[in-house]
Design a protein around this ligand. Structure first.
Ligand SMILES: Cc1cc2nc3c(=O)[nH]c(=O)nc-3n(C[C@H](O)[C@H](O)[C@H](O)COP(=O)(O)OP(=O)(O)OC[C@H]3O[C@@H](n4cnc5c(N)ncnc54)[C@H](O)[C@@H]3O)c2cc1C
Length: 442
């Protein structure tokens, strides 16, 4: 007689929760997903502006090394070649200066890119090659307490401003002075020094809902699983070898918490009647979750007109920007080249000081007008500024993140749990897939 399938509940339908649900399905479980928001995707979700225009909760970018995200997208039938624009790594500024790798196999692409970087002196190019060689010879390892700034000590200021700082804030959402060099080197190893194409930029050409979460929900439903949207979980109960979610009478054999760290902490903090050893494990998990600090990311959407009264088209779909105290954005994306309306720009402020949204928007628009004048920009009309205050955890040196296993039968997943990467879609997807596999491993 075949065994009844395990009943698995997943709290949260961000990239981690949906990855966990897909993996639990592969492990033979019957899955029920509870999501608080009316749409799946979590921090990487579509938002509809003024009931008309599809925008994203924040402009996102993937890279070729996001193997788990790409595997999951293929798995649920997302046409990757249409959904993502693949480009060799480019950190070009509006005037054309900066790094741009040719479409060659690794590591020749990085070597040629550094030697051919525009606007850098030979001393700067050789300094970067020297540092890259030292990092490679050290196996991309460094003391756990080191910051990116300390790792890069001695690199010329232009390299810090035009390469290291933009890479560091975009990958770790943490400024180099307080970012973990260990994690930064791991990202460099897996992208620039990994298999060919790992450093490629994969820029979404569809909104973030269509990129994966909505396809994943439809796929789960087709397999007979249940996804409850707009159903925030208020409380959990544990007993008789299983779990109950809110007041539902359904009993789950396993539970996966795929909500953000603070929400998982709230739900765990309300569990009652645990034996002392389990209570201690929960307390430890909650203490580590409470120790995470968070950093903001802002995305300023604006409609651009060019001097020829036609919508602006930037020289590349993504350009780096010189950022500073009154110029907070590090990147601008031309969504008109990415499946969006012509002239729609998205300015990204990572590690944002989380200032007042209107003040931030005004600074970014002024920065954009100045930086993109050479591209023919004449006007910028603000559309929407999304300031996500707890966008990611601050990826500081030696940070201890909460573990995946909370209790037997209870796993946590998300970009915040222990894992190799900073808070990214790939980190979330990897941790979700691992949690889904673990709960179904008999
Ligand atoms: C503005 C911005 C820009 C970013 N840019 C990039 C980028 O370019 N590249 C990249 O790789 N990463 C980027 N990230 C990070 C990336 O979005 C996250 O790492 C990833 O989305 C985290 O996924 P997650 O599933 O772990 O968490 P979340 O996306 O937070 O998902 C958790 C889900 O749980 C739900 N939930 C919460 N409480 C409950 C409850 N009580 N009951 C039921 N459901 C609940 C939430 O509604 C949410 O849907 C960015 C993040 C932001 C905010």
């Amino acid at each position: 007689m075949s065994e009844a399938p395990l009943q698995v509940a997943v709290v949260g339908a961000g990239w981690a929760g949906l990855a966990a649900a897909v993996a639990a399905h592969e492990g033979g479980a019957r899955v029920t997903v509870f999501e608080a928001a009316p749409h799946p995707g979590g921090r990487a979700r579509r938002i509809v502006h003024r009931d008309a225009q599809n925008l994203d909760n924040g402009q996102h970018i993937l890279i070729g090394a996001y193997a788990e995200c790409l595997r999951l997208m293929r798995h649920v039938g997302v046409p990757i070649e249409q959904a993502l624009l693949r480009r060799p790594l480019s950190l070009r500024f509006p005037g054309g200066d900066g790094l741009c790798l040719p479409d060659w196999p690794a590591p020749l692409d990085a070597l040629a890119g550094i030697l051919g970087a525009r606007g850098w002196s030979w001393r700067e190019r050789l300094a970067l090659l020297g540092a890259s060689l030292r990092w490679q010879l050290a196996g991309y390892r460094c003391p756990p307490g080191q910051t990116v700034q300390a790792l890069c000590q001695g690199l010329p200021p232009r390299l810090m401003a035009e390469l290291i700082e933009p890479l560091c804030v975009s990958a770790l959402n943490t400024l180099s002075a307080s970012a973990s060099a260990e994690v930064f080197l791991r990202v460099l190893r897996d992208s620039l020094a990994g298999p060919s194409g790992g450093s490629n930029l994969l820029i979404p050409q569809v909104d973030l809902g269509a990129l994966w979460p909505e396809a994943a929900v439809r796929w789960l439903q087709r397999q007979g699983h249940t996804v409850h949207l707009a159903q925030p979980v208020q409380a959990l109960q544990h007993g008789h070898g299983g779990w109950q979610v809110d007041t539902s009478t359904q009993r789950f054999d396993r539970l996966i918490l795929a909500c953000p760290a603070w929400e998982a902490q709230r739900l765990l903090g309300r569990l009652e009647g645990l034996p002392p050893d389990q209570q201690q494990a929960v307390d430890t998990w909650c203490r580590l979750a409470a120790g995470l600090q968070h950093a903001a990311i802002a995305t300023v959407y604006a409609q651009a007109e060019s001097r020829s009264a036609t919508p602006l088209r930037l020289p590349e779909p993504m350009l780096a920007l010189r950022s500073g105290p009154q110029a907070p954005a590090q990147f601008v994306f031309d969504r008109g080249q990415l499946g969006g309306p012509k002239g729609l720009l998205a300015f990204v402020v990572s590690a944002s000081p989380a200032a007042d949204r209107h003040a931030l928007q005004a600074e970014v628009l002024a920065q954009g007008m100045q930086a993109l004048a050479a591209c023919g920009l004449s006007t910028l009309q603000p559309l929407l500024t999304v300031l996500e205050k707890r966008a990611t955890f601050v990826c500081s040196p030696g940070l201890r993140r909460p573990p995946t296993e909370v209790l037997p039968g209870l796993q946590a997943c998300g970009d915040h749990v222990q894992g190799p990467y900073p808070a990214t879609l790939e980190g979330a997807a990897l941790s979700g897939s691992a949690a889904g596999r673990r709960v179904t491993a008999r």
